[in-house]
Design a protein around this ligand. Sequence first.
Ligand code: SF4
Ligand code: SF4
Length: 448
Amino acid sequence: MDKSIENEGPLEENPPAGPTEGSLSSSSTEQRDKMFKALKEDPDGQHAYLMKNACVHCGLCADSCHYYLSSGDPELIPAVKAEKLSRALRKEASPFGRKKDLLGSEQREALFKAAFQDCSLCGRCTLSCPVGLSTRRAMYAARTMFSSIEDLPPGLDGPVQTALEVGNYIDMSTEDFVENIEWIAEEVGEEIEIEDLSVPIDKEGAEWLYIPHPLEARDYPMLLMAVVKILHAAGEDYTFSSHAYDTANYAFYQGNRENTRRIVKRVLEGKQKLGAKGIVQSPCGHGYRVMRWEAEGLLGESLDFPVLTMSQMLDRYIREGRIQLIKDAVEGPFTYHDPCNIGRLGGVIEEPRRVMNAVTSQFVEMEPHGVWNLCCGGGGGLAATADYGQKRVQAGKAKADQIRETGAKIVVTNCYNCMTQVRELNKAYELGIEVKSIVELVADSMKT
Ligand code: SF4
Ligand code: SF4
């Protein structure tokens, strides 16, 4: 982490050794200028400038935020987090403000914490704001500021560098990826009794390019086996790519649009090389959101092909009769957790519910759900990093309570990070549940 910017107070985990208040070096000033320039150029930065004057401090956003709901700490009310940035922007605009006072030690520390640790960018508070303000956008803009001077939580730094250098954030070689897919093909072939089951890699002209989460290929092959089983049963024309096999894009959570764009480009290169007609993504909330809703803005061009997440594919297969299910083959009761980036911020609400109702008669909704679903606490890049483990489990208490109230034994979702976080909530709050991907649930319910 770069801690050289002016007058640093101690951060919780990484006490810095920077200059003291009033002894700013010219490079510190340079860095500060960079942060504000980044903010001004960023679309969400523009929203932050709007928010500094438009928030009427009504407090209606308080009960929207799972951090506040889980702790009751007023510092975790969305508008209070946004105020940490607004205060700096007001100082910046004041003719009496001294430049050196902008984002002094304590303010900067508080803003860093608010942006990276205390906001999962879930967007729920925006729904409650009578003025239409978005603390999510303000906190994203704050991330952009820190990203411009490469001051990032370690968990959001190294993996992105790896993704930019080698094409996937876990540094899995192409040979290993291909070998793992071949092994998965053998395993699924054995299970469904098909000798030499074909699992295409780099097939040209396929209908769909499937972009997996790299951890599925390396650490949790059961998830990818379920995908292969379903795609095969549906008679899908699909392929994997040996060039693009990482659906995640943690640069998005850095607040670094250039890095995000470079990772998006890698996926698009994979698609172009093979001439696939569309992209289908493994269960991954932010990966879907970036490719479906952010990529066009990042690239400055329209993408005239479909981008789907797996719950949409499953819904399509079931409705078209391309896969046959045995209803209630798996014992429930079940509930479904909407990943924020796929539900509220991605618009995929009805599809997973149709899937759930097709596989079970024991589906119980959490209240609230869908657009109003509570974040599990693992969004914003928090579940993927060890940096803020304890805080994110605390922030997930509201979700844990919500799950417990359903009486469900199995929590189903469509995002790798949500699965990780809900499993941690299960341990921490002794929920006694199992966590499944919607893909696994469908694969387990299929007629063989
Ligand atoms: S975006 Fe989500 S986590 Fe961030 S302040 Fe709003 S409700 Fe809380
Ligand atoms: S609901 Fe909107 S206007 Fe009210 S305090 Fe929250 S951000 Fe400000």
